[in-house]
Design a protein around this ligand. Structure first.
Ligand code: NAD
Length: 237
């Protein structure tokens, strides 16, 4: 049985990735800062871990000696205006989106290098590639932040850095950058988002499935360091 670790496993996309992996017969270790809800699936094992805490991450990895896949999915944003940004908020986003990703990758790589095999998928964002378009947010209070974009650009760069450095160890590290996933957001926002998206709709979790399958396929040993946007063409315009 293959083993996967999914960070932010209690969140919207984390739950989806975990379910897909369980269907593919993976044992899934789900890490989240939130207290886990009870699950009857013995292959879905949840740990309450703050990925920004080096000791908590090290302690988790003490019990792990084999991993096939790490999905660095945990991520947060802040929604207030840049002019009101506090350094605490800025650092909180940096810590989860970059430091947490780094600590998980560093520990997972140590195991994968010994095995000379492994795959890591980072979850970036379209806003790590281009700035958010403020015309679509209006009064929805979901304005995207400079620090979210900066950290997601950082996630894409860490993907390339680690892929370049560990490719010879047969480790593939790629990034999936989703566009906005529909989750009953403000109606006006959704309409405006749809208007600036070539496919004319927001994404759904299911849209991420084919890229996940492709990246973790055992025959994929040569696609490395890529950022694949799953965005209905959002970045093409
Ligand atoms: N939903 C979207 O529209 C969208 C679009 C582009 C990118 N993304 C990215 O996808 C990923 C998942 O997003 P989501 O929509 O599922 O968000 P979500 O808020 O539903 O889930 C994120 C999870 O991460 C966990 N988390 C936060 N801080 C943590 C920490 N320090 N340690 C461990 N876990 C922590 C949260 O508790 C939460 O369960 C994020 O990286 C996000 O930036 C989402």
């Amino acid at each position: 049985m293959k083993i996967a670790i999914v960070t932010g496993g209690s969140g919207n996309l984390g739950k989806f990735f975990s379910k897909e992996l369980l269907k593919m017969n993976y044992k899934v270790f789900s890490l989240d800062i939130k207290k886990p809800k009870i699950s009857k699936n013995k292959n879905f094992i949840q740990y309450q871990v703050d990925i920004t805490d080096e000791n908590e991450v090290k302690n988790f990895f003490k019990n792990i000696n084999n991993i096939d896949l790490l999905i660095n999915n945990a991520g947060i944003g802040v929604y207030t205006s840049s002019l009101e940004r506090t350094s605490e908020d800025f650092k909180a986003v940096m810590n989860v989106n970059l430091l947490g990703n780094f600590l998980m990758t560093q520990n997972a790589l140590k195991i994968m290098i010994k095995k000379r095999k492994g795959k890591i998928i980072n979850i970036g964002s379209i806003y790590g590639v281009k700035s958010s378009n403020f015309n679509i947010y209006g009064k929805s209070k979901r304005n995207n932040s400079e620090v979210y974009s900066a950290t997601k650009a950082g996630v894409i760069m860490m993907t390339k850095y680690f892929a370049a450095h560990f490719s010879k160890k047969n480790i593939q590290i790629n990034c999936i950058s989703p566009g906005g996933i529909f989750a009953n957001q403000d109606k006006k926002f959704v309409k405006k988002y749809e208007n600036i998206t070539p496919s004319g709709r927001m994404g759904s979790k299911k849209d991420l499935k084919s890229v996940l399958n492709f990246l973790i396929d055992k025959n994929n040993t040569y696609v490395n360091g890529q950022n694949i946007s799953v965005d209905g063409g959002f970045l093409a315009w």
